[in-house]
Design a protein around this ligand. Sequence first.
Ligand SMILES: C[S@@+](CC[C@H](N)C(=O)[O-])C[C@H]1O[C@@H](n2cnc3c(N)ncnc32)[C@H](O)[C@@H]1O
Length: 208
Amino acid sequence: MGYRIIVAGIGPGNPKYVLPAAAEAIQNAKVLVGGSRALADFARDGQMTMPIRGDIPAVMDFIRKHLETSDVVTMVSGDPGYYSLLDALRREFSEDVINVIPGISSVQYAFSKLALPWHDALLLSFHGRVPDDSALKYEKGKILGLLTDAKYSSKTIPDVLMKHGWPADARLSVCSRLSYEDEEIVRTTLGKAADEKEQTHCILVVEG
Ligand SMILES: C[S@@+](CC[C@H](N)C(=O)[O-])C[C@H]1O[C@@H](n2cnc3c(N)ncnc32)[C@H](O)[C@@H]1O
């Protein structure tokens, strides 16, 4: 039997929110790939590790090389199925060699902190991309859950939404550092977001 790439979701960050199946795979890994923060939190002595930085082709080469002699466990934040390295792995390797262990997405966690069901929410990403105009358009009662980045942040996204017809008094929850000790959830409105501290890598929940 060939070796496998095990893509393990590690949740929003705090080890308390890692599923036991993912923790076991990470603990037993001989070869472990992940962001620097994840490696600092989860890697143990004796494991061969590779940090994921900007150079994705180098990560793919590392995985291909070690897959000849071992399983390779790759940690991704949140859930692997929601904007993670899984996309690139599926382009590079056959799905037959990939096992995915789900994780709690930061979006899912944010909705739980707001005690807000997310079955009717539209989940979109501003992380390195901009959603279509049609998805951003205001409709009464619409709920958005948004990933952000340094360019599209808690300060800049409210303007984008108001240009798409969202009212200034629409509720906005800015959810940052989710699951960590310094987790912060600021409840404001689209119109008042500019008065609050800017958060870059966070979840925005907008209620129309
Ligand atoms: C590449 S996406 C990864 C999404 C991940 N696969 C998931 O399911 O949560 C990175 C973005 O996720 C969000 N994110 C991840 N962890 C977070 C956390 N602990 N608190 C707030 N937002 C977080 C931020 O919007 C960040 O820019």
